[in-house]
Write a protein that binds this ligand. Structure first.
Ligand code: ADP
Length: 161
């Protein structure tokens, strides 16, 4: 059987926590689509094109990984890609509430959808894109939390001193 999965998120920017989840999911599936949400309600630091470019560059050596942008419901995107397994990363119990709710909604929208949650590596327990954006705005050293390319891109945006 050909197993494929979708890992959807804003990835504004992608962090080492996301990358860890992607590397682990890559081992479990034949194909992994990293789906970058456009998210019109948020004002992102990186445009969707920039986020896609950063992620594509990071995983260019993997023939299992594809990167795509989308707008609207993840359930609709899943249908379009004919890929009904959604990978999610869980950090604290507080993530669980939200992920539980999302998985119920997604299954109500399309019963073929299954959410598969991978538990974070303890190293990344407190790591989030919003924390990175905050730290960067104060000029903090974020080199242990994001890949070099993201650090450089944040600098280029004037978001990192
Ligand atoms: P969203 O805007 O949908 O929350 P994110 O880009 O913040 O998108 O996150 C996408 C997914 O990655 C979510 O399932 C989130 O819980 C997970 N995730 C984010 N940071 C980490 C981390 N440090 N460790 C594990 N999973 C994470």
């Amino acid at each position: 059987m050909y197993n494929k999965a979708i890992y959807a998120g804003s990835f504004d920017p992608i962090t080492n926590g996301h990358i860890d989840i992607i590397r682990r999911a890559e081992k479990l599936f034949d194909k992994l689509i990293i789906a970058v949400i456009r998210n019109p309600e948020k004002d992102p630091v990186f445009t969707i094109e920039e986020r896609i470019e950063l992620i594509t560059e990071l995983f260019k050596s993997s023939n299992k990984i594809e990167v795509e942008g989308f707008e609207g419901l993840t359930a609709e995107f899943a249908k379009k890609k004919d890929s009904f397994t959604l990978i999610r990363g869980l950090r604290a119990v507080s993530d669980f509430d939200y992920e539980f709710q999302m998985s119920q909604i997604n299954r109500a929208l399309d019963p073929r959808i299954e959410s598969v949650c991978l538990m974070t590596d303890a190293k990344y327990l407190y790591l989030s894109s919003s924390l990175i954006r905050q730290l960067a705005s104060y000029g903090a050293n974020i080199s242990e939390f994001v890949p070099k390319s993201v650090e450089t891109a944040l600098k280029a945006k004037g978001h990192l001193k």
